[in-house]
Design a protein around this ligand. Sequence first.
Ligand SMILES: Cc1cc2nc3c(=O)[nH]c(=O)nc-3n(C[C@H](O)[C@H](O)[C@H](O)COP(=O)(O)O)c2cc1C
Length: 128
Amino acid sequence: MTKPATQAASSTEAAVETPENEVLRLLRLRGTVRNFKSDPVPEHLIEAVIAAGQRAPTSSNMQAYSIVVVRDQQTKTVLTVIAGGHQAHVADCPVFFALCADLTRTDYACSMHGKQAWTEPLSKSCLS
Ligand SMILES: Cc1cc2nc3c(=O)[nH]c(=O)nc-3n(C[C@H](O)[C@H](O)[C@H](O)COP(=O)(O)O)c2cc1C
């Protein structure tokens, strides 16, 4: 009889098949939320979420994006339409993070090093 995947033969196999650590546990718990309380979100929590997001890896570590924190109701309503409509949660959430690709950051970083962006590999123009 075939064993279920969760019933491994040895503790080594079990560790491979169902590794237990805090990161994997949290990833299993993660889910998309589209219903929000109207409670205000404290500033320190917003900053903590942004700081966590900034740890995400990016190509050449250019971090070529901007995060716009939107609290204004009218702006969130407009964003509902921009997001394709029928996304009431965009307007209903107390705080909305608009993540925008921002390649001007690459130009800026290169100019800080006296280089012109996109004329040579980024690793040569900015990262060295
Ligand atoms: C790139 C990307 C874009 C998404 N866009 C939307 C969106 O516009 N509206 C929405 O309600 N959910 C959006 N989602 C959430 C997905 O619908 C959701 O992750 C998927 O249904 C799986 O559900 P889960 O996140 O609860 O596992 C998006 C997810 C990703 C990764």
